[in-house]
Design a protein around this ligand. Structure first.
Ligand SMILES: Cc1cc2nc3c(=O)[nH]c(=O)nc-3n(C[C@H](O)[C@H](O)[C@H](O)COP(=O)(O)OP(=O)(O)OC[C@H]3O[C@@H](n4cnc5c(N)ncnc54)[C@H](O)[C@@H]3O)c2cc1C
Length: 519
């Protein structure tokens, strides 16, 4: 790349626009619409995937715990897409041509990293086309007067982004899964348990995005466009993002991480550790925005306590670590591992080996979350330990985890995007996971019932919000009580998203997303 382009933040977008103009694909910049080409001939030259079952097995991270309750003949369940055609486009222009070239009512599903909990885009429907975005895998860095920017294609997954950002000495609030799609996470309001308190949600750091609308127009969005903000949390329902440009923080933002892993034998021990650990979180971590704390209880009988110290932290790390060690010692819980990381990268990549081991035939997953807008009171902390940790199906589904985390900080003070995640101080994910081949239908049902039982109880706790984001919800639950104002954070934001949905996708072409029940 010529030297002057390396320093030009608009270079990538401008070159995309030039290419689009040359191919005649639709273009909208600042509201003006250019001509749009696209026909079945174009569809013929975009790469197609014919082996649907193999594609499904390769691209779906897991199967929804609700989908494996429907026993077809002999206890089997569907394991392939319903879509009429799978395309692998290589550019925004190819996507625009595909959108334009199909009927204005043809449903369109996008697959980025393939981790959506209900498998909505991967299954799609018989009249739908799927766009597998894996070829949009470019990662380009530029600098402006405020620092480093990265432009990420819609097929990039976190492992690739983290490795690239490490080389630039940067830091971002990335998700934990190495294979989670960066854009799939951003457009559903994804958060980072370790980093969002300091760096905000990743969607709050996006400065511009390119997308294709349901009409096949390519739009370049910045914060001046209403659609821009909506895309950073409700985007999977509104259009197809082809790339995003994100402001990268310097690596010094994350100073140090301390992690301790203790073993437990009985559930009572896990509950007791959580009771004590949550008091440390409330009294010592919540008052300081300069630290985040995550406590994870695993089905493999481990308690993982992680403290991430940010650049503004002026205290002594040991003042927070020692009480956790003392708590474990009092409960006679053996220390399994002790880690200190001095870089953002080490913390960002820490869970990759564990997640890579999560496999099944197929792997089954149910994701639910609860959170609070205020620092949680005693009743809520008791509910987390005495009900969520106590009742989670950790023994029945041994890959399961309960993740208890601080949020707030920069996520709370940053620009509001349509995600409940930017209003919450505290959140808890219950991720139930197991290998389906080891479970009878009755066992799978029992796990789903246990999870649903916890969610129902959580709904009765004052101040506790259930299901507040698109990344940690289970959209194929039968529960009809999901509220748009909770998922998108406020009534106003929900109204704005609904209005944009009507305007930009009147035929509901983009219907395979976590918000299907509310949009
Ligand atoms: C192991 C694991 C770890 C996780 N860690 C975190 C975490 O730390 N924080 C967090 O918030 N979430 C986390 N999640 C949840 C994850 O972020 C969401 O499921 C996310 O939506 C997955 O994105 P994807 O691209 O991998 O999935 P996909 O299934 O490919 O896509 C998810 C949704 O986004 C839509 N979409 C994808 N690409 C585009 C596009 N280019 N334009 C428009 N819509 C698009 C899809 O149609 C679908 O509706 C995790 C999940 C797993 C399984």
């Amino acid at each position: 790349m010529p030297e002057e382009q390396k320093h030009d933040p608009d270079f990538t977008r401008r070159s995309a626009l030039k290419k689009a103009a040359a191919t005649g694909a639709g273009l909208v910049v600042g509201g003006a619409v250019a001509a749009v080409a696209g026909d079945d001939q174009t569809n013929g030259i975009v790469e197609r995937v014919e082996a649907k079952e193999e594609w499904f097995a390769e691209r779906a991270f897991s199967l929804s715990g609700n989908k494996v309750l429907v026993s077809k003949s002999g206890g089997s369940f569907p394991r392939t897409t319903l879509a009429s055609q799978i395309y692998r486009p290589r550019s925004a222009q190819e996507i625009a041509s595909l959108v334009k070239g199909s009927s204005a009512t043809t449903p369109i599903a996008c697959v980025c990293g393939g981790h959506e909990a209900s498998n909505a885009p991967i299954f799609a429907s018989t009249d739908a086309i799927v766009l597998d975005l894996m070829h949009l895998n470019s990662i380009e860095f530029q600098r402006d007067d405020k620092g480093l920017l990265v432009t990420v294609g819609a097929g990039v997954v976190f492992r690739e982004l983290v490795e690239a950002v490490k080389k630039q000495h940067g830091a971002l609030p990335v998700g934990t899964g190495p294979g989670v799609g960066v854009v799939g996470y951003i457009v559903n309001g994804g958060l980072s348990g370790y980093f969002s308190r300091r760096l905000g949600l990743l969607g709050q750091r996006v400065v511009s995005a390119t997308m294709v609308t349901a009409a096949g127009e390519i739009r370049v969005l910045t914060s001046k466009d209403e659609l821009f903000t909506a895309m950073m949390g409700a985007g999977s329902a509104l259009g197809i993002v082809t790339d995003v440009t994100i402001r990268v923080a310097p690596e010094q933002a994350i100073r140090r991480t301390e992690q301790r892993v203790f073993a437990f034998t009985t559930r009572e021990q896990a509950i007791a550790f959580c009771r004590g650990g949550l008091r440390i979180m409330k009294n010592d971590v919540f008052p300081a925005d300069s630290v985040s704390f995550e406590l994870v209880v695993t089905g493999t009988k481990a308690l993982v306590a992680t403290l991430v110290f940010f650049d503004a932290f002026e205290g002594n790390d040991a003042d927070l670590v020692k009480p956790l060690e003392d708590l474990a010692a009092n409960l006679e819980l053996p220390l399994l591992a002790e880690s200190q990381w001095s870089s953002w990268y080490e913390a960002a990549a820490a869970l990759w080996p564990v997640i890579n081991e999560m496999k099944g035939d197929p792997l089954v997953m149910l994701q639910h979350s609860v959170g609070t807008r205020e620092v949680p009171d005693e009743q809520i902390l008791d509910f987390v330990s005495d009900t969520i940790v106590a009742d989670a199906p950790l023994d029945e589904a041994q890959m399961s985890i309960v993740e208890i985390r601080t949020l707030g900080g920069a996520a709370l003070t940053g620009t509001k995007v349509p995600s409940g995640n930017c209003y919450h101080q505290f959140f808890v994910d219950l991720v139930a996971m197991y290998d389906a081949k080891d479970k009878t239908l009755a066992e799978r049902q029992s796990i789903a019932n246990d999870v649903q039982g916890i969610v129902e109880k959580a709904k009765t706790v004052d101040g506790l919000v259930v299901d507040f984001s698109g990344t940690h919800s289970q959209p194929d639950d039968r529960d009809p009580a999901v509220k748009a104002s909770v998922i998108f954070g406020s009534d106003e934001m929900a109204e704005a998203v609904r209005g944009l949905k009507k305007e930009f996708d009147p035929n509901n072409r983009f219907r395979f997303h976590p918000f299907a029940k509310i949009l």
